[in-house]
Design a protein around this ligand. Structure first.
Ligand SMILES: Cc1cc2nc3c(=O)[nH]c(=O)nc-3n(C[C@H](O)[C@H](O)[C@H](O)COP(=O)(O)OP(=O)(O)OC[C@H]3O[C@@H](n4cnc5c(N)ncnc54)[C@H](O)[C@@H]3O)c2cc1C
Length: 469
């Protein structure tokens, strides 16, 4: 009897960009029989909360030229976009600088997936499963993934590509508020503008890019009230201003070993020189992007903690910017009195006979104010502390000691090659993760420019490990 080569079984939990692209890279790199299971519970396959939106004004925050899904084909997305009827007549260089609608990127990802399936080897089998993974049991040589439906999937390797988790709930005196249909705890569930009273004010907590999406979505309806927003820094997002300026001198001067106070002085020196040209420091900080992960990994834990405590708000403000026309749009809403941006913090939220009430303390004031609103939307950003995850799978893994938060509580505790480290400090060699879950290790690991490289690296890592077994 001829010997058949047993198929390597890899299960990926979560099919957003990271999970789907890891599967694509596994298909591209496989040289022997492979069976892939992609388990995804929410959002359209491959798109996650970011690219499932159908709203034409929800746009990418990275220009088209930088959004390729493949690290080895830098123009792959731009070429795709230029083939589309809507952009065919545009100059390609100009198109590359445009922030396109995220739904276009979602369509692109569907085509990337279809092409990968069409080009896969005959001995690669792919199963896409719409279900929620709720538990993983690891035994020597095999992992069993339990799904909410009761089905079990067996795999040699498992990748947690669970991505962006909805924000943590805000502290309130009455927990019943979380069940109120007008408290929107998950801003990506498309319910923020649903059945909204058009004449009553609303409150958005958090002032980041998700807030911008929500404002745009609501202002596009017949809403006539005022949108209040609240965050400790007010509107802390800057517009993209200098898309064409590059700066190389800082990167040339940065040398290991990395110490936060030395880096801080060096960066400030460059910012001062830069400012002499009348420019603000975004290009200086952007120039660090290729080095950020390396620098982060070289810092001591104390330096990382100091960075998060003192510098993170400034860093985030400069790094996570929005396209200029969207910034102007928000300013226009403010001028028109349609939007009020509060700087301060939330003290409490309560249900009232007429809706919801939020008690807030504005910065530099002593007396709290009350906002009576019809809806409150939580946009404080994804929950990153796995010990308080609302994801049943992560809760289960934490409770079993298979998963723990990294010391900074911004991701999972992992090895340098992205396998999980359990509560007993032991590596779980068949359990990998990718994407935002690596934040503690890599710091910047959120956007497509980082994730596409991770997908390729992880696929290569697992295939070469499996080949040695
Ligand atoms: C609103 C928004 C806009 C963004 N815009 C941009 C942008 O313009 N450009 C850019 O580069 N980046 C952007 N980002 C960053 C974005 O996070 C990444 O680009 C990328 O989409 C992240 O993909 P991911 O697969 O890691 O996570 P996700 O997209 O969050 O996907 C994770 C998937 O795993 C599923 N899942 C989780 N747990 C389970 C489970 N137990 N069982 C089964 N399935 C599970 C989830 O339902 C989800 O479908 C944006 C993010 C958001 C939230």
């Amino acid at each position: 009897m001829p010997q058949t080569n047993p198929s390597l079984q890899i299960a990926i939990i979560g099919a957003g960009f990271s999970g789907m692209m890891t599967a694509v890279q596994l298909m591209r790199k496989a040289t022997s029989p492979l069976t892939l299971y992609l388990i995804n519970d929410k959002y359209e396959f491959g798109k996650g909360p970011a690219y499932s939106t159908t709203h034409p004004k929800h746009i990418l925050n990275v220009p088209a030229a930088k959004m390729t899904a493949y690290p080895d084909q830098p123009n792959h997305f731009l070429d795709w976009a230029h083939r589309q009827e809507a952009y065919r007549d545009m100059d390609k260089e100009v198109l590359g600088k445009v922030f396109l609608p995220r739904r276009d990127f979602g369509r692109y990802l569907s085509e990337v997936w279809a092409e990968a399936l069409a080009g896969k080897r005959d001995d690669t089998t792919v199963h896409t499963i719409s279900d929620k993974a709720v538990d993983i049991t690891t035994a020597v040589g095999q992992n069993n993934i339990e799904l909410a439906s009761g089905q079990t999937i067996a795999a040699d390797y498992v990748i947690l590509a669970t991505g962006n988790e909805p924000p943590r709930n805000l502290p309130v005196s009455d927990l019943g508020l979380y069940d109120d249909p007008n408290y929107i705890g998950d801003p990506w569930n498309n319910k923020a503008a649903e059945n909204l009273d058009p004449d009553r004010d609303i409150l958005i907590i958090g002032n980041g890019l998700t807030m911008v999406d929500i404002v745009i979505g609501i202002m596009d309806t017949d809403f006539r009230g005022v949108i209040h927003t609240l965050s400790p820094d007010g509107l802390a997002i800057l517009p993209h201003r200098y898309g064409y300026i590059t700066y190389g001198r800082l990167a040339e001067e940065i040398k290991a070993p990395y110490k936060l106070n030395e880096l801080y002085s060096l960066i400030n020196k460059h910012i001062k020189t830069f400012k002499k040209s009348g420019l603000s420091p975004e290009p200086v900080i952007d120039s660090l992007r290729p080095l950020t992960q390396k620098i982060w990994q070289g810092l001591s834990l104390e330096d990382k903690q100091r960075f998060m405590k003192y510098l993170m708000p400034h860093w985030n403000k400069i790094r996570h910017r929005m396209p200029g026309h969207m910034y102007d749009y928000l300013m226009q809403q403010q001028i028109a009195g349609r939007m009020i941006i509060h700087r301060g913090r939330l003290l409490n939220m309560t249900q009232t006979a007429h809706g919801l009430s939020a008690e807030i303390l504005e910065t530099n004031t002593d007396t709290p104010i009350k906002l009576e609103v019809s809806r409150i939307i939580n946009c404080i950003g994804p929950n990153t502390y796995v010990s308080q995850s609302l994801n049943p799978l992560l809760q289960k893994l934490v409770s079993k000691g298979m998963l723990q938060a990294d010391p900074l509580r911004i991701g999972m505790q992992v090895t340098d090659h992205w396998t999980l480290v359990g509560a007993d400090s032991q590596e779980i060699p068949s359990l990998y993760t990718i994407g935002g879950n690596l934040r503690g290790l890599l710091w910047e690991t959120t956007a497509v420019p980082e994730l596409r490289g991770q997908a390729e690296k992880l696929a290569g890592e697992i295939l070469s490990k499996a080949a040695k077994v």
